[in-house]
Design a protein around this ligand. Sequence first.
Ligand SMILES: [Zn+2]
Length: 342
Amino acid sequence: MQKYSLLPKEAKCPVCSTNKAHHLWTVTSKEAAQHFVLAEKHPERFADLVSHIEVLWGKSTCDVVRCDNCEFCYSNPYIAGDARFYSLAYIYSSYPTWKWEFQQTYDVLNKRSKSNLKFMEIGAGDGAFVKRVAENIVPKENIFCTEFSVYGREQIEKFGVKCFADDFRNLSNPELMKNFDAVCMFQVLEHLDNLGPLFQKLNWLIKSGGSLFIAVPNGSRIEFNELNGALLDMPPNHIGRWNKKCFEIIGSQNGFRVEDYKMEDDSFVAGVKEFAFYRLLRNSQKSGSFENQVFKIKNKHVFKAMKMAAFAVNLVLAIPVFTKKESRLGSSQWVHFIKTND
Ligand SMILES: [Zn+2]
């Protein structure tokens, strides 16, 4: 894709409710499934994923559009992946060790008075962030997490922190109401639908004057990737592309104000490596391409060697494209909300 279609489209924005949008691109259930699981490598899993994506969408295609008012980019239908989608789409999961958004949040929390703070992380992975928070900011017994993955939950509980398996939107234990000084949610919001009840539940969890920290991918970087041969921001995994204005609107609707907002910087080396890798993955989705052939190789050692070769080719081709990028856009954007009312 070299440019978005930008045709006017009637669609209701999940953030600001405006009915007018512009169309960016359309994807079929097969193209979406191929993004996650290659048909040529895992044909049965691929077929199951296609069927399940069609169940989620209620049809065989999905549009991605941009709101004319707040510029939120969203899948239409705006429907998140469920547990079955993730079990089919991801064979392996990996967890970050330390990230830029962790540091931003850590720095804010570290400046607070630390007497008896109560802290919650939603979608806590294997606990990389809470383990650092527990070192000298919040005692373990005052930390609560939610995490879907069994492995992640085991790691967190082994460390001595309580971790719920439940979706945080289903938490109704009265002890949790207005219980937390800070709640954080890193790289989670872009996967979720039903934004009104979601932010109402966040409001329900947080004390008046408490903090909500959210990090999501950088929308400008996604746009650059999509328009330059790298991966598409594919629904129903990622269904919303956020920006500062969207955060201000959703915050004001749900009793939060934006205290701080930051974009991550990019380093050339890390940026171009990821861009080249995303182009490699995008190319691997095209049946019969060199990259697609490489991903079909069954012998582990041959696959590894050929994947390195394919990466080298993609890197050489990616460098001149990447250097055209107007500004160095990092991976994430980060927002710090303060709860203003109940
Ligand atoms: Zn909007």
